[in-house]
Design a protein around this ligand. Structure first.
Ligand code: SF4
Length: 77
């Protein structure tokens, strides 16, 4: 389960985030390419934008479901 106290610092503020357990494996980027980006050093992925449209919310949910290490959370602030 993702830890909101261990977020990748670059995440845009809001409900969705990626924590520091991200590998990164790239799987989530295929589900939500409009919302997610690699950090500058490419060591993690983060939400550069929170989902707002219904389509983006579906993409964020799919990214959460596909993450093999459960690094994506939806209980952020
Ligand atoms: S699917 Fe999970 S581990 Fe893979 S890049 Fe995305 S957040 Fe990181």
């Amino acid at each position: 389960m993702a830890d909101k106290n261990d977020k990748v610092p670059e995440n845009a503020p809001g409900k969705y985030y990626i924590d520091n357990s991200c590998v990164p494996c790239n799987d989530c980027l295929e589900e939500a390419p409009k919302l997610l980006k690699y950090t500058d050093d490419e060591s993690k992925v983060y939400f550069h934008k929170q989902p707002t449209t219904p389509e983006e919310l579906v993409a964020a949910r799919k990214a959460m479901e596909i993450c093999p290490v459960e690094a994506i959370g939806d209980d952020g602030e």
